[in-house]
Design a protein around this ligand. Structure first.
Ligand code: ADP
Ligand code: MG
Length: 491
């Protein structure tokens, strides 16, 4: 675990009176990917007309009984397996009682003392190469609430129950995170795992993944400090900003001789600040008790084994395979597996080719270009086969790496088969040593001064190479150029 002993100096925050360590734990609400809600057959589709996906159960009509959606349970177990977590064959649904206009039951069905999934682990690769392990405390299933709409009418508020009863997984981490960067990387990795598993689409803009971010600060080596919980953060970037602000707010209070009130806060993206929503004294007493309408949730090993056997290859395993099979650098492998579609794309490009070269082209040329244009891999104008074709032309010696970038550009803007483009535009590399020799002889004859200088200043070789490439319009084979130049210049 990334305990304080491992916390590097750079993760500490400088206060006026010395260094502070920030401690973060996350409660992530992930909407279960499923056609129907947790306890009713109503649709979970996003963006429907208000109150169009509401069954009598979701509207809490008297006498309606919840019926568990087995697919949601399978999704929770799959997620537990993906988090290398303890799966509890018996768990209990409880009522969490509170009043809110968008909660027609007057309680939320959740899991409290006996969740379906227990302790697990998420491995997070940091940009600097450090690998940290973040403990998972638990994962439980619960219902989402509806949505109050206060901006539709001057004097009335409306309620949309489309989301009421949709299945959520609450994934609670241990307080193992030590910086906003670690927190952001954790959320990113968790989202990657959920997407690989197909158990949550991870779409934070649509609210299918939201995080409650718990933040406290302490002197390195001290006990944990009092935490504040920042509710419902709906983007990874905002989570980072909220932590940075909140840690400094707490440090300023403590350095001023004050103490931290345990409270619930909200992050305001407009000014990057957190503000108090309610203090612990006003906290609800939810009066949890087992829901008498539902039996305990029980399943056997067969279900767990079946689901385990059908899990897809997960990002950590795929990353290791990319390192072993293609000889990739760990960082490159992490970049490629971050999105399943990117890793699939890479595997098509790398198939039968040099994996490192393929990774270099996918990450630096393709991803670089996609980023610049704000596109994702699905809308890439250059297909995996086209990119593979370009790499083949380089490895056959038909084109240099530099011309390959021009071909990439042509394929990007105009499409087409790379080999045909090279043929049609006469971009083929000149490997004919006679032709290259002729160019070199010409340049040597016309630049006697440079020829004298290069004998004492071998760095000038680059100038000669440049001249030859220019004269050949970039088509001379760079290795042949170097060899012949060295020979003729006597270097
Ligand atoms: P509660 O039962 O009040 O919700 P939990 O113990 O379940 O509290 O913790 C909720 C979340 O807060 C977890 O993600 C946990 O990691 C985190 N957390 C607990 N203590 C701290 C702390 N001192 N600083 C930061 N986060 C904390
Ligand atoms: Mg909690």
């Amino acid at each position: 675990m990334s305990g304080s002993a491992k916390a590097g100096k750079s993760k500490l925050i400088k206060g006026a009176t010395g260094d502070w360590e920030v401690v973060i734990g996350m409660e992530v609400h992930a909407q279960v990917s499923s056609e129907a809600k947790l306890f009713s057959g109503a649709s979970t589709e996003f963006g429907g007309e208000p109150n169009n996906h509401v069954s009598l159960v979701d509207a809490a009509m008297p006498g309606m009984l919840p019926v568990i959606n087995e697919e949601c349970v399978r999704q929770a177990v799959r997620t537990g397996l993906g988090l290398k977590a303890q799966i509890n064959k018996k768990s209990v649904f409880d009522r969490k009682n509170y009043f809110y206009p968008d909660l027609p039951q007057g309680y939320q069905i959740s899991q409290y003392l006996q969740p379906v999934v227990g302790e697990g682990i998420v491995i997070v690769d940091m940009l600097d190469g450090e690998r940290i392990e973040i403990g998972i405390e638990r994962l439980h299933l619960e219902q989402d609430a509806g949505k109050s709409m206060h901006d539709q009418h001057p004097t009335m508020s409306f309620v949309d129950l489309n989301r009421s009863g949709v299945a959520l997984m609450e994934i609670v981490s241990k307080p193992d995170l030590r910086s906003s960067d670690e927190a952001k990387a954790y959320l990113t990795k968790l989202r990657t795992i959920l997407r690989y598993l197909g158990t949550c689409d991870g779409n934070m803009e649509q609210g299918s993944m939201r995080a409650d971010v718990n933040v406290s600060v302490r002197r390195p080596g001290d006990e944990f400090g009092t935490r504040c919980e920042i509710k419902n953060v709906n983007s990874i970037r905002f989570a980072g900003q909220a932590i940075e602000y909140e840690a400094r707010r707490q440090i300023a209070i403590l350095e001023d001789g004050g103490s931290i009130d345990q409270e619930t806060r909200l992050f305001d993206p407009k000014n990057g600040e957190t503000r108090s929503m309610r203090s612990k004294e006003e906290a609800h007493d939810y009066r949890y008790f087992p829901d008498p309408d539902l039996l305990p949730l029980e399943f056997d090993d067969v279900l767990i084994e079946e689901l385990a056997a059908s899990l897809p290859e997960l990002p950590d395993d795929k990353r290791q395979r990319f390192i072993d099979e293609f000889g990739l650098k760990p960082y490159d492998a992490s970049v490629l597996v971050a999105e399943k579609r990117s890793s699939d794309f890479f595997e098509v490009v790398a198939n039968g080719r040099d994996g490192k070269v393929a990774a270099n082209w996918v990450i630096n040329e393709l991803f670089g270009r996609l980023n610049k244009e704000g596109l994702d891999i699905d809308s890439s104008p250059v297909s995996a086969d086209q990119l593979g074709g370009i790499i083949d032309l380089i490895s056959k010696g038909d084109i240099s790496g530099k011309i390959a970038k021009d071909v990439f550009e042509i394929v990007w803007t105009e499409g087409g088969d790379p080999a045909e483009i090279v043929e049609a535009k006469g971009l083929k590399q000149v490997t004919d040593t006679g032709a290259i020799e002729a160019i070199i002889d010409d340049i040597i004859a016309n630049n006697p001064d440079q020829v004298e200088k290069v004998k004492v200043k071998p760095g000038l070789m680059g100038w000669f190479v440049g001249q030859v490439m220019k004269a050949s319009q970039g088509k001379a084979n760079p290795k042949a150029v170097n060899d012949i130049l060295k020979d003729k210049l006597g270097l």
